[in-house]
Design a protein around this ligand. Structure first.
Ligand SMILES: NC(=O)C1=CN([C@@H]2O[C@H](COP(=O)(O)OP(=O)(O)OC[C@H]3O[C@@H](n4cnc5c(N)ncnc54)[C@H](OP(=O)(O)O)[C@@H]3O)[C@@H](O)[C@H]2O)C=CC1
Ligand SMILES: O=C(O)C(=O)[C@@H](O)[C@H](O)C(=O)CO
Length: 292
């Protein structure tokens, strides 16, 4: 299948018929400057926005959803919760608060129409009991229609195996740090074998490798930037990259990754950059997939 700017992937583990689809690229808002950057991203064609309780900008995402002029059905809004707020019911209230903020409107449980498309557990740090409370609250949120899908982030193989012992449906997505310097090969292959799609966070390696000679030389060959090579590599791996920028020109360019492709040889050359970094040595975020 050829990739285009409007390609959507089906979520194989979606419990819905037809299965929910998700844009193949998104805009991440961690540390983003706010409403104006988010609106620029939407104007430039991004339709997926990735926020979190931690980022303290869910309300700015909600404001953009309401003010951007696009039909809500064209947007895909993701948010995340880090830890439980007591038991399942208290945690459900916290999830609902996020839905209200991120959708910019009242939620269904209070007579409104607000919903998000995907709610993730941000990381596995709350331990086995906490993770179970979070998932049970998320299942309730999905059951009432306040999120279409639920999933995880920074989950390692053991966390997913644990989740599968009590989940009514497997997670649709695992959002991970994924780029050439953090390839997470074993985890990526485990997720693929369980139909869990991968979202690639920090796909630009937080701009730390823009002068890497391999990336620079491949970028020159295609008359693009090293950032575009990183995003295109991620797409061709079958992941959903979430590049972040506050610069309008970079926001535009980071998504100009269609209509050209990396060759198999270039893909393999970039893959080699991660040899020896399979256990997270090249990670730029705290490496969480091995926490108990
Ligand atoms: N689930 C999780 O635990 C995590 C999720 N995420 C998600 O992933 C998103 C992206 O990850 P993030 O960590 O922000 O890192 P990215 O890899 O997207 O890098 C962002 C950095 O790269 C710079 N940059 C962007 N475009 C270019 C370019 N074309 N050339 C040079 N520099 C550029 C940005 O600066 P500038 O703005 O000035 O352009 C910024 O400093 C987050 O916003 C968040 O949504 C991120 C981390 C953890
Ligand atoms: O962006 C996120 O979702 C994160 O959890 C990370 O950015 C994390 O907070 C971090 O990078 C701390 O340095």
């Amino acid at each position: 299948m050829s990739l285009t700017a409007t390609t959507q992937w089906e979520l194989p583990n979606s419990p819905h018929t037809p299965k929910t689809t998700i844009p193949c690229i998104g805009y991440g808002v961690y540390n983003a400057a706010g409403h104006s950057s988010i609106l620029t991203a939407l104007q430039q064609g991004y339709r997926l926005l990735d926020t979190a309780q931690l980022y303290e900008n869910e309300a700015e995402v909600g404001h953009a959803v309401i003010s951007c002029g696009l039909p809500r059905s064209e947007l895909f809004i993701i948010t995340k919760i880090g830890d439980p707020k007591g038991g399942v019911e208290e945690t459900l209230e916290s999830l609902r608060d996020s839905v209200r903020k991120s959708s910019g409107t009242k939620g269904k449980w209070e007579g409104g129409e607000g919903y998000v498309d995907l709610f993730l557990i941000h990381n596995p740090l709350s331990g086995p009991e906490g993770r179970k409370i979070l998932w049970q609250a998320l299942e309730k949120l999905r059951a009432e229609g306040s999120t279409r899908e639920i999933g995880v982030s920074n989950y390692g193989i053991n966390h997913i195996k644990e989740l599968l012992t009590y989940a009514s449906h497997p997670p649709v997505i695992n959002q991970l740090e994924l780029h050439p310097f953090c390839p997470q090969l074993a985890l990526a292959s485990f997720c693929a074998s369980h139909n869990i799609l991968l979202q690639a966070y920090s796909p630009l390696v937080r701009a730390r490798k823009m002068d890497d000679p391999t990336l620079v030389s491949i970028a020159q060959a295609h008359n693009v930037t090293p950032a575009q090579v990183l995003v295109r590599w991620s797409l061709q791996k079958g992941w959903i990259p979430l590049p972040k920028s506050d610069d309008p020109e970079r926001i535009r360019l980071n998504r100009e990754v269609f209509g050209w492709a990396l060759t198999e040889e270039e893909m393999a050359e970039i893959e080699k950059l991660g040899v020896g970094m399979e256990d997270g040595q090249g990670a730029v975020c705290p490496y969480l997939v091995h926490v108990p």
